[in-house]
Design a binder for this molecule. Structure first.
Ligand SMILES: [Fe+2]
Length: 457
């Protein structure tokens, strides 16, 4: 089998020089969220069946889709990679181990294999992006930053792919509350590729956490006309724009974004379900009549029952089924999550508990929901996702407390949800101002309005 170095000097099995350059362009397109890349990987594999990393890459992509129905096909790619493993490099064999651990649902082993690759080959762009992405769904934000920190110093601006290391670093910095550094790195990435969607997304999170609503709106609005050129991740960028619009009270526009971009039709994609359910819940908390829109989310949830590998999806499915009154499907969903927990599926125990809680909110059993969710509210972060997404739990708890006239509890939760929104003396001052507003608000509607954003600008 041929073995040549890739553009970063890493030996890669099964491709000639021209094909290696093509592989590099595929990696760049994957990590700039371009659509249609997997068919091109297949075409390359058709030309070069000995391309070990091609099989691994296809397996990774199928697992990234996040559906159990994709696992058998991922296993077929894994088996093909394993047949070639003896002729591959040690680095490639570690990627095969990573994929094996992923399809087996052994997260700790997957994490360790990726860390082992990066410790020895920090210029392995695929391993770097896989590791930082994986840690998004474990909720281990400090570790996400630590992983990026270990690899990034090995990258110089003249190393091909350098720009694609900056978005994950920016996002990890943001989730760890280091907003100024996060913004600097996101802007640096965008200076290389003005449509680096992950860097743009990291910047949107900085604006969201710091309450910079107008900057967030302007930044995402500027790129909005081009979002159709990206893969399904674009829906989450639209979700962020919807949050900025909601913070400005532009609720009709939020509904329009939901209908046109965030969930225009039923979807199997976990992020679509999360985005839409979370947005509808926030709209309802703000008193907006969302009409029949829960039906579309519930259809999406119901047609993918038992399918989602990203456990953070489960509470959103439960809420959508509850809000649309689908008692039977809801019971089936909750049983499925319980079965996963009993079978020892990773994160499933917390996922089942949080889902059961959100189902209670969705069916209007607010006191019971609060009893459960208050116990789970920190543990729930282990299901992963960003602080902005996890804020849903606090949104629902504040709303539930107001519905049962527990104003002191609502005020307490409103303050508590701001714990991630400040990182310096100026932020602390703004927190104190916000706390004053929370204590001064005397009616439920005023308190709910304070949920539209984090700290006031
Ligand atoms: Fe996000």
């Amino acid at each position: 089998m041929p073995r040549l170095n890739d553009v970063r000097g890493l030996p890669t099995t099964g491709l000639n020089a021209e094909q290696l350059l093509h592989y590099e362009s595929l990696l760049v397109d994957i990590y700039t969220y371009r659509p249609g890349v997997q068919a091109r990987v297949d075409a390359l594999l058709h030309q070069s069946p000995d391309f070990v990393m091609g099989h691994v890459l296809r397996g990774y992509a199928l697992m990234t889709d996040g559906l159990r129905s994709g696992v058998p096909e991922a296993r077929r790619y894994l088996a093909q990679a394993q047949q070639l493993a003896a002729g591959g490099t040690e680095r490639e064999r570690l990627h095969i181990q990573t994929l094996q651990a992923w399809v087996d649902g052994r997260g700790a082993d997957r994490l360790q294999a990726l860390e082992s690759i990066l410790a020895r080959w920090p210029l392995d762009l695929l391993a770097y992006r896989q590791l930082t992405a994986m840690l998004f769904w474990t909720g281990d934000k400090r570790r996400q930053l630590a992983s990026a920190m270990q690899a990034v110093p090995h990258w110089q601006p003249d190393v091909p792919g350098f720009a694609l290391t900056l978005g994950p670093l920016a996002f990890a910095l943001e989730e760890d509350g280091r907003y100024a550094l996060a913004e600097t790195h996101a802007q640096q990435a965008l200076a290389y590729h003005d449509a680096d969607l992950w860097a743009l997304h990291a910047l949107a999170h900085v604006y969201e956490m710091q309450g910079r609503v107008r900057e967030g709106d302007a930044t995402l609005s500027a790129v909005a006309p081009r979002l159709k050129d990206f893969n399904l991740f674009r829906g989450h960028v639209w979700w962020h724009l919807a949050l900025f619009r909601m913070a400005q009270g532009r609720m009709d526009e939020v509904l329009d974004l939901l209908d046109r971009e965030i969930l225009p039709a039923t979807s199997m994609f976990y992020l679509d379900i999360q985005n839409a359910a979370s947005l509808l819940a926030r709209l309802e908390i703000q008193g907006v009549n969302v009409g029949e829109r829960w039906e579309r989310v519930a259809d999406s949830a119901e047609q993918t029952l038992g399918q989602h590998l990203v456990v953070f999806t489960a509470p959103h499915q439960a809420m959508a089924l509850a809000r649309s009154g689908r008692r039977q499907a809801l019971a089936q969903a909750l049983k499925g999550f319980q079965d996963d927990a009993q079978a020892g599926v990773e994160q499933a125990q917390t996922g089942a508990a949080v889902s059961a809680a959100l189902a209670l909110y969705g069916t209007g059993e607010y006191a019971k929901f609060l009893d459960l969710m208050r116990v789970l509210r920190y543990e729930a972060a282990s299901l992963g996702a960003s602080h902005a997404q996890q804020d849903l739990y606090f949104q629902l708890m504040v709303d539930a407390a107001l519905r049962i006239d527990e104003l002191p509890l609502a005020r307490s939760l409103l303050k508590e949800r701001l714990v991630k929104h400040f990182s310096d003396a100026v932020g602390w001052q703004r927190y104190q101002e916000m706390a004053g507003l929370i204590d001064a608000a005397s009616d439920p509607q005023s308190l709910r309005r304070l949920l539209r954003t984090g700290l006031p600008q």
